[in-house]
Design a protein around this ligand. Structure first.
Ligand SMILES: [Zn+2]
Length: 329
């Protein structure tokens, strides 16, 4: 999906509004300070008068007078600073505060879209659709370990479903806590309906709240884009690729349920590889076991995943867990 012109205008208006709002906030902070500290108003008036004088001297070429004006202005600025902080205000209280200091709320840095703009687009195109609603229900606050049993033993590992979920949960917590500082990828695999998607939702919610850009696709949606890109050189699909490679977190849910052929398997490799090269994190969830993954997508995909991903196996009594998870809300 690409932005239409009117959608682009919508974002530009959003930035204009943001600038206006921040200017208005600054204006009311000035009013508040002037009310509480009338000396501040006097100092500011003095600055205006001196600045005017400075401009006149500059035009007349009076260099020595200019120097003394400059030092007087510096002196006043020091007095203002002291007045402000000694009255309990933050030192930058009378400075314009940007919502995004990196682009100063213009959306662009050196003619390139700022990270805040890219995130706004991704939220708008991908996240807004239906994920937001799900994330209100499925997040770390609503997740509970009580649905995982100590008695349900995984025949493959000999671990209980409770122990496996505790490990998975702490890995997911570490993933979100260190996001942006450390580079991690996760593969969540195991039985159907035991909370793999729920866990990826928990992470998505946490990171979206921290202003990271997150794209969530089921494997079928992602593979649809691969196929479309092959047959229709649609600019919208190119745009999708840019976002898929570049978003802070890509979640691919339910890998293995989509229709796979050698072309889509190769594209999956390109996608996962590209993101590793860019050090952008990916979470994959699948009901396949590791052998199934290898058989379906080739040795190359398999070894890329196992070498660069933290592999978490989750098992459990699915019906029990699903029922309890659903009953919570
Ligand atoms: Zn920005």
């Amino acid at each position: 999906m690409a932005l239409s012109n009117s959608q682009h205008d919508h974002f530009m208006r959003m930035y204009e509004q943001r600038q206006l709002d921040n200017e208005n906030r600054l204006r009311s902070r000035f009013e508040e300070v002037y009310r509480r500290l009338p000396q501040m108003k006097e100092l500011d008036d003095r600055v205006s008068a001196l600045s005017l004088e400075k401009a006149k001297k500059l035009l007349s070429g009076d260099a020595s007078a200019l120097q003394s004006l400059k030092s007087e202005l510096k002196n006043i600025s020091l007095q203002k600073h002291q007045l402000l902080t000694s009255s309990g205000f933050a030192p930058d209280y009378l400075e314009l505060q940007y919502t995004c200091p990196d682009c100063q709320d213009t959306g662009y840095i050196d003619n390139k879209k700022c990270h805040c703009f890219k995130k706004a687009i991704i939220d708008f195109l991908y996240t807004q659709s239906n994920l937001q609603e799900i994330l209100e229900k499925e997040n770390f606050d609503t997740f509970s370990l009580e649905y995982y049993s100590q008695n349900h033993i995984d025949p493959l590992t000999g671990r209980s479903s409770l122990a496996a979920m505790k490990t998975a949960l702490s890995s997911c917590r570490h993933f979100t806590d260190s996001f942006g500082k450390e580079f991690h990828n996760l593969l969540l695999y195991g039985d159907t309906g035991v909370g793999k998607t729920f866990l990826s939702h928990c992470i998505a919610k946490e990171l979206i709240d921290q202003s990271f850009s997150v794209i969530y696709f089921t494997a079928s949606q992602l593979f649809d884009i691969f196929v479309k890109n092959r047959f229709e050189k649609d600019p919208d699909v190119q745009m999708d690729y840019e976002h898929i490679y570049d978003c802070d977190l890509l979640i691919i849910d339910d890998l293995g349920t989509e229709f796979t052929n050698s072309f889509t398997a190769a594209q999956l490799f390109v996608c996962l590889n590209e993101r590793i090269l860019r050090r952008k994190s990916t979470i994959i969830s699948t009901n396949l076991d590791l052998d199934g993954l290898k058989n379906l997508y080739s040795e190359r995909v398999f070894s890329r995943i196992t070498s660069a991903y933290t592999v978490l196996r989750i098992t459990g009594d699915d019906i029990r867990i699903q029922k309890k998870l659903m009953n919570k809300y």
